[in-house]
Write a protein that binds this ligand. Sequence first.
Ligand code: ZN
Ligand code: ZN
Ligand code: ZN
Length: 271
Amino acid sequence: MRILFAGTGAAEGWPALFCECDVCMKARALRGKNIRTRSSIHIDEELKVDWPPDTYLHVLQYNLNLAKIKYLFITHSHYDHLHPDDLLMRQAPFAHMRSSNPLNIYGSQDVINCILKAVGEPSKIGLILKVLEPFETIKAGSFRIMSLPANHDPKQTCLLYLLESKGNVILYGHDSGWFPEEIWRRLESWRLDLVILDCTTGAFSSRGYHMGLKEVIEMRRQMLSKNMADKDTIFVATHFSHNGLLLHEELSSKLISEGIEAAYDGLTIEL
Ligand SMILES: [Zn+2]
Ligand SMILES: [Zn+2]
Ligand SMILES: [Zn+2]
């Protein structure tokens, strides 16, 4: 199984759209792994998590064929995770697809409402929408997925996803602050192969809404101590913001000594 981190930035990207702060200026000068588009992962061209406004850029950058994606899981309706208008391009004359396979989209009621508002009748563009409640388990192809309630925007239901396929278990853990107790209880019986965590606030500590380096490091330790993870579990921090102040090399050097990889656009992980 191949996991592609297509984007690894927070809502405003890095360099941020209109920003002239020191670390955005440095990212513009250094480029490379300091350039972060809005966050999403692809698993084997079959499953995708989140639909950011940079999806078209990702198609170009990684030579992706979105017609192959069967399952799209959306964490929440913040626009860096859900840009529903681009879904309208999945119909003639904008797209001429070789198969009539539908795209199955999963998310909270808030997410599904957002998509319906943008696309009108989903079946006309081959979309099948499914509302997920927290702690619901569903099957999608070879995947078994459990939704988990994030500690994020209290104005809507924000979900994290536990994805299991072919003996591998992946936790998609952002956007979220420190996990609520009910998530910890649910995860206790699992052994995770890949853990993807929110490190939006970088150098600054944060336990609500998002997390920073300190919390990501603490979360890994807690997962190890609860035997949800072991020495073979891969930890990846992502969704970085310029307001966290640390460029890629700084993030990477602080995290790697703690057994955590700092994601960058284009990172791939094989499980
Ligand atoms: Zn976000
Ligand atoms: Zn900036
Ligand atoms: Zn968010």
